[in-house]
Design a protein around this ligand. Structure first.
Ligand SMILES: [Zn+2]
Ligand SMILES: [Zn+2]
Length: 127
């Protein structure tokens, strides 16, 4: 089991309380309000540890690392204009992946799937 340092607990807390899939930089800004002496390096290191322990998900969306404390199976939609990320319910059970990819001889360990579009706020601004 991972040792829950105060920094790690605050990071996990912060992530569990949000659904906007923040980047490490954004999380750093937020946790600094509670831990004024934390460094960006500490934030990066602890986020890596938390994701290695399976307590959070590390997502690569739009070329940027984002973090998600929602461990249920879901997909993501990213706005190509403002970069915001939302959750999308989608059914992609493991056997579907196996059926599609197993014939190539791969052993499937996960998948990455991302919808891209324009979010409602951006559509409104564009008129
Ligand atoms: Zn947008
Ligand atoms: Zn998510």
């Amino acid at each position: 089991m991972v040792r829950m340092t105060p920094q790690r607990r605050v990071l996990l807390d912060e992530l569990k309380g949000t659904h906007d899939h923040p980047s490490a930089d954004l999380l750093y800004e937020r946790v600094r309000k509670r831990l004024p002496r934390i460094s960006l390096g500490t934030v990066y290191r602890n986020l890596d540890l938390l994701s290695e322990e399976g307590l959070i998900h590390k997502l690569q969306l739009g070329g940027q690392m984002r973090f998600d404390a929602d461990l249920t199976h879901h997909c993501h939609v990213r706005c190509e204009q403002c970069g915001c990320v939302d959750d999308v319910d989608c059914q992609a059970p493991e056997h579907v992946e196996q059926a599609f990819i197993a014939p190539n001889g791969y052993r499937i360990t996960g998948h990455r799937f991302e919808w891209v579009g324009v979010c409602p706020q951006c559509q409104e601004q564009n008129g």
